[in-house]
Write a new protein. Structure first.
Length: 101
């Protein structure tokens, strides 16, 4: 994805062909507050390759909400999520959450 510095909400829904979503790469999402991933049946990674899949205060400084539903190939969350200063909610079905952590 290209840089979209003013994007606040991103919903990615029902895209079966998506295996990797490079969220957090090189300050491209500096205003992103809410990320919703739903019914992405082949999604394996959301961290991106450019920053080795790491999320932190410089890559996603405003991230508040992460929702994951029906992303059954996703086995882990990006490294550094504990460094996101505004992350207050991670929403996932219990089965989905147990698979990721």
């Amino acid at each position: 994805m290209e840089r979209v510095p003013n994007l606040k909400d991103l919903w990615v829904v029902n895209y079966r062909g998506l295996k990797e979503l490079g969220i957090g790469n090189s300050h491209g999402f500096s205003m992103l507050e809410e990320l919703v991933l739903k019914s992405l049946h082949n999604l394996e990674s959301i961290g991106g390759a450019l920053n080795n899949g790491v999320w932190n205060e410089s890559t996603l400084p405003r991230q508040c909400i992460l929702a994951i539903r029906g992303c059954w190939e996703l086995k882990r969350l990006p490294v550094g999520m504990d460094k996101l200063p505004n992350l207050s909610k991670i929403l996932a079905h219990k089965d989905q959450w147990n698979q990721i952590i």
